[in-house]
Design a binder for this molecule. Structure first.
Ligand code: GLA
Length: 389
């Protein structure tokens, strides 16, 4: 790998434009999860939607075995050899891309080198799945470039595997699924156990989806994420003594959970399990409300989800709580919760459209006062999954 800044400097806007004209361009979105947090890896239901913050890539073939990765906002180039992909796992940037390329090769597909220019507009480390967007767009682009057809669902699974094996985060399938399979103006009710899914139109009448970013990067994110996952596994092992046939925490009804809760030895693990079981039921109840166009009940489940993530799953943080709890106090906000893995990142709020400006002004002020740095806000439009543009 070499970092060649002189060459990058020559890589000016005009050059990008030429590259753009001669090459294929693909786009994959980040996602917002409306409800169903930390249960994709517990066999539960999740309800994410793809958003209009996207990772875009222009890509072209090379005749050798070299992969070159450029980014519009980075001062260096990553260069990697396809024959030796194991050595780039610890890159600060580029490991997500190389991880999926590594998986594609492991699947036996024959590819040669390629050059990519990334333009990433999903804020990094913000809980909006910037990494899934990069993985999905890379996988989709290189498969198309070398003439391989793969179902978008399989692209998502391949990317998840890359994140497990190359990046070392034992993520669930939600993010890659949403980035690959998103559909404009629809959220996806995904059963993470069977991978059955349904598109549900999101018509919020005169309400808008607002994403508020704490601008706190998830520094401990991946290690705490893996820890939560293993706490769930420990809880499940204890619960299986009474219910050996159950494979996931989300296979339990609340009644079943209560009947074996005392078998869970560790108090934290018990809380994690309670969150998973109840969050799964909340997803189904909230979607039921949404189908009846009962937005207000839908939002109550969003609020309960936040409380559970804060108190039982313990993945919220001061910054997220300040945003959410102040949103709850606004009169034109129906619901608000953290979204994504937590420990920083973003919240999602359902705000009356005519009050969005006031909402942003009020919350910005309180947040700055209490936290000491600014939050950012986006009005979220639900968009399509990965595609060529
Ligand atoms: C991250 C993971 C997802 C999911 C969420 C929490 O975004 O990548 O698989 O577990 O956290 O819901």
């Amino acid at each position: 790998m070499t970092y060649d800044t002189r060459r990058l400097n020559r890589f000016n806007a005009q050059c990008i434009w030429k590259f753009r004209r001669k090459n294929k361009i693909f786009q994959a979105p980040g996602r917002v999860n409306l409800i169903g947090e930390h249960i994709d890896y517990n066999g539960g239901y999740v309800f994410p939607a793809a958003i209009d913050k996207v990772s875009t890539v222009a890509v072209r073939r090379r005749q050798d075995s070299i992969i070159k990765l450029y980014a519009t906002d980075l001062q260096y180039i990553v260069e990697a050899d396809l024959n030796n992909l194991d050595q780039y796992k610890n890159l600060k940037w580029g490991n997500y891309q190389l991880g999926v390329i590594d998986q594609i090769i492991k699947k036996g597909m024959k590819i040669k080198g390629a050059e990519f220019i990334f333009d990433d507009k999903v804020p990094l480390g913000s809980g909006l799945s910037s990494s899934a967007a990069i993985e999905v767009v890379t996988a989709y682009a290189i498969l198309q470039l070398y003439g391989y057809k793969m179902d978008k669902l399989d692209v998502a699974l391949l990317c998840q595997k890359a994140e497990h094996e190359y990046v070392g985060v034992k993520c669930g399938i939600m993010d890659q699924f949403a980035s690959a399979m998103g559909l404009k103006d629809n959220a996806m009710l995904l059963d993470c156990n069977s991978l059955q899914y349904e598109y549900i139109p999101i018509k919020l009448d005169n309400y808008s989806i607002i994403i508020s970013n704490t601008n706190k990067k998830r520094s401990l994110g991946s290690s705490m994420y893996n820890k939560r996952r293993s706490e769930c596994e420990r809880a499940l092992a204890d619960m299986q003594k009474k219910f050996p046939e159950k494979k996931y925490l989300c296979d339990f009804s609340y009644k079943e959970f209560i009947s074996c809760a005392d078998d869970i030895k560790d108090a934290d693990c018990k809380n994690r399990a309670e969150h998973a079981v109840c969050e799964n039921l909340r997803v189904l109840d909230s979607v039921k409300a949404l189908r009846k166009n009962d937005i207000s009940s839908f939002c109550k489940y969003l609020n309960l989800s936040h409380i559970s993530l804060r108190d039982l799953y313990e993945v919220s943080c001061k910054e997220l709580d300040v945003l959410v709890e102040n949103a709850w106090m606004q009169k034109d906000v129906l619901g608000s919760r953290m979204t994504g893995a937590g420990f920083g990142g973003c919240t999602v709020s359902i705000v009356k459209s005519e009050s969005v400006k006031e909402f942003i002004e009020d919350i910005s002020k309180v947040y700055l006062e209490i936290i000491g740095h600014s939050a950012s806000f986006y009005i979220c439009n639900i968009s399509d999954g990965v595609k060529e543009i």
